[in-house]
Design a protein around this ligand. Sequence first.
Ligand SMILES: NC(=O)c1ccc[n+]([C@@H]2O[C@H](COP(=O)([O-])OP(=O)(O)OC[C@H]3O[C@@H](n4cnc5c(N)ncnc54)[C@H](O)[C@@H]3O)[C@@H](O)[C@H]2O)c1
Length: 255
Amino acid sequence: MGRGHKDKVAVVTGAGKGIGQAFARRLAEDGVDVAIADLEPGNETVSMVEAAGRRALACRCDVASEQSVAALKSDVEKAFGRCDILINCAGVYPQQAFDTMTFQEWRRILSINLDSAFLTSAAFVPGMKQRQWGRIVNMASSTLGSVVTGFVHYVASKGGIVGFTRALASELGPHGITVNAISPGLTRSPGTLSRKPRAGMKDMDEEFQFAANAQAIRRVEVPDDLVGTLSFLTSDDAAFITGQTINVDGGRVRS
Ligand SMILES: NC(=O)c1ccc[n+]([C@@H]2O[C@H](COP(=O)([O-])OP(=O)(O)OC[C@H]3O[C@@H](n4cnc5c(N)ncnc54)[C@H](O)[C@@H]3O)[C@@H](O)[C@H]2O)c1
């Protein structure tokens, strides 16, 4: 259990599966009650949180919608009374060449991946300020520091997340609230497993191994590789770390 975790309440967006699910499970193991905010029902994650002995709340939520996030805030406050830890993990990464990208698609990705962090933070920061304690962790991506094609909207949204993280950290530092981001490399998750492999590769397993070969640690990244950093950043031990984006990518990007 991390110092300061016991009996805290977390909201984890995108916790229905993938990296967000691993985050929800780890926070529960750390002693935290967890609200699972996802488009999907999140039953599997609820079972994991409860198996760790903590309270779980499944909230059907579209993080890109102001109305839906307002309903999330109200459900969480009704069930748990507050939110101490906000993890903005919901995200999408459809591959599309820039010359076929419509403005509508650009706006959709920016809205799910970036506007969402604004909406959830706006909803839960006032309570954190009142209590003078809070932890916000956002998801960046190693694509921001790599050569990638077909992800202009996605990479732009993650660049926005890094800027949002730095700027919000400056405003919230005086209130005992830290804001950081985790930047994974290509991670095996339901989302990446369902992607079409890049040209010339026979399947995603080949692409995962290709990505692993560009890392200092040459094995495929999995969601469990990210949970230790999440646990640390949300604990009291990380109270003096804010505005940072931490690469957890097997040594792919150095900055
Ligand atoms: N997997 C990777 O290689 C990788 C690398 C870098 C960054 N990331 C980031 O990590 C996060 C999680 O990625 P993942 O690979 O676990 O994805 P995933 O597709 O496996 O899971 C994403 C979850 O987010 C939910 N979601 C999507 N849109 C939503 C919306 N509008 N409202 C609420 N929930 C929504 C989905 O239903 C799903 O449960 C994303 O922000 C992604 O950009 C992933």
